[in-house]
Write a protein that binds this ligand. Sequence first.
Ligand SMILES: Cc1cc2nc3c(=O)[nH]c(=O)nc-3n(C[C@H](O)[C@H](O)[C@H](O)COP(=O)(O)O)c2cc1C
Length: 312
Amino acid sequence: MKIGNVEFTAPFVMLAPLAGYGDIPFRRICREYGASLTVTEMISAKGLCYGNEKTEQMLRLAPNESPSCVQLFGSDPEFFRKALQRGSLDRFDIIDINMGCPVPKVTKCGEGSALLKDPARAAEIVRACVESSRGRPITVKHRIGYEEGKIVAPEFAARMEEAGASAVTVHGRTTAQGYRGSADWNAIARVVRAVRIPVIGNGDIADRAQAEQAIRTYGCAGVAVGRGALGHPDCFAATGEKTPFAMLLRHIEYALEYFPESVAVKTMRKHVGKYLTGVPGTKELRARVYTVEKAAALKEMLCAAANGRSGI
Ligand SMILES: Cc1cc2nc3c(=O)[nH]c(=O)nc-3n(C[C@H](O)[C@H](O)[C@H](O)COP(=O)(O)O)c2cc1C
């Protein structure tokens, strides 16, 4: 499996970009369990041009994130061009463009999945990126369509290919659907038939076995796993870790490596909730983690809960 000049071993199962969750410690742990690729949280092309501190922080990479991928969003091709000309993106091997975000705050500015309704502009963005990426592959992540029941992804992906995209990731839902209903993998298969570049299928995949099955059934080059990886970074491994507790402790250590303690603890609260979702008897614990401020207290609380309990 190749995205432009970047080669991957099969099966290609990547972590989908996840704003609010796909931070550096989480990506690092997903790579340890075998994620083929991890992507930064979506970063504003315009914000990059103004070089703010928070944006720069989001560009940090874990030591095992090679090859690396950054996801940009925006609507003005010139901001993408300028963002790519800045040195801060030089460390990335692949540049992905977000054309799938359904959040109104984003789409009302013509960004994210609004670009599905403006393929000419979307193609212009891809061309601007290709021209300024110095040979690095440009990829596009998009949905199957904007409106309910109206699938535009095959033509849209072909247009992105023509503009120079090296791969597309297709989430099998429309913008109107948000995250409701189930992903339409037959629509993803139609995209596979419409283009020659690799198509990465996305939607409702929980683990590596399901990813391999989707690759076989729908002919896509790989799969991106989003929500299935939350609380389950081991979903990328051939055999799972089984205990969320061991993963959680490692995750906390990584969070402390990259963030000040208060930020690390705050970040971990939402991850703890994901790790313990569905683990019987942890409802109270999941609420209690919101009361701790210190990492030591968080670890103690988790160790105490794990002691004498199987399955944590
Ligand atoms: C909390 C959350 C944050 C997301 N952030 C992004 C993002 O920054 N960029 C993007 O392209 N997609 C984003 N997505 C969409 C996912 O990458 C993915 O396409 C979607 O969740 C469907 O895949 P899944 O069924 O495996 O979760 C996000 C989804 C969720 C649930």
